[in-house]
Design a protein around this ligand. Sequence first.
Ligand code: ADE
Length: 333
Amino acid sequence: KKNAANQYHEMPKRVDIWEIDRRNVDVYTNKKLGSGAFGAVYLGKLIGKTLASHDATSPLGVNLMRAENCEVAIKTLPESADEESKREFLREISLMKSIGYHERLVNMLACVTESEPCLLVVEYCSEGDLLEFLRKRCKYMMKLDEQGVNYTAPVEENDIDFTMIVTMKQLYMFAVQISYGLEYLSQKGFVHRDVAARNVLVGEGSSCKIGDFGLCRQIGKDEECYKSRGGRLPLKWMSPEAIRDYEFSTKSDVWAFGVLMFEIITLGGCPYPEWRAAEVLPNLEKGERMPQPDNCPDEIYSLMNSCWNMDTTRRPDFSLIRQRMATLLEDVT
Ligand code: ADE
């Protein structure tokens, strides 16, 4: 007769579907994509396929993504890293396992944590980060007005590199895609804490995905916010309550999304360029906000402004933002 203890002993050894053999990932150490908080991010190749499959669900009940012989981005933790960094890195990996697959996130594909150096393998986004993309690729903006085509850059027609033109519709697309990703994260109870154009990656066909989950935290059922002290904090993307009391919540992510909308519409502009760090909170408390950029339609400015409401309860949530953006996208020419 079996008892509970016996059943326990008969359980098969639990395999981590994310863990892969180091030989299954080829890290191109001469192709550095960027530097993370701890170590570098490299381009590389996944050899063979991961166990995780898109249509299966993991023991954590989330959707997974299957990858096979494809280019990937590999976050590394140098062997020289201290214990604190290693804990943080492993925390990011375990958090990404629990987030689950979503089209609008830079999804985790696999990891190597059973031996050092630790690796985190994520989807590769070939066009790099959104801030660079906006600044370098989108030199000119194309607007259709009563006179026909109107380029915002004061240049001669024949100087225009037509591959560098971005349309208003494309900018709206970016905002819609990002809001889908943030809607998913917020519904799962995650606070990203670093929503900004530099942390959005651009893949094939200019599709945006939310990346860098280094500061991301899960909040419990009863608490609405994550309180943290210290660390590198993105002041000009932070809400007043986040600056003042280190209170991070979906509502502070919404504030940051408003700043991200400003970055998109200004093709990579800097928020509050003339404000010094110490002036940010007092100015926001006085009610100062970024003015409406020249090319920014009223509806878009009104939406970003609502994200910057002092009263957290009066900021829209990501479902509303996503619905509103999707509606505005339908109407844009
Ligand atoms: N830089 C950092 N992460 C990246 C990724 N996943 N794809 C492309 N560039 C990156």
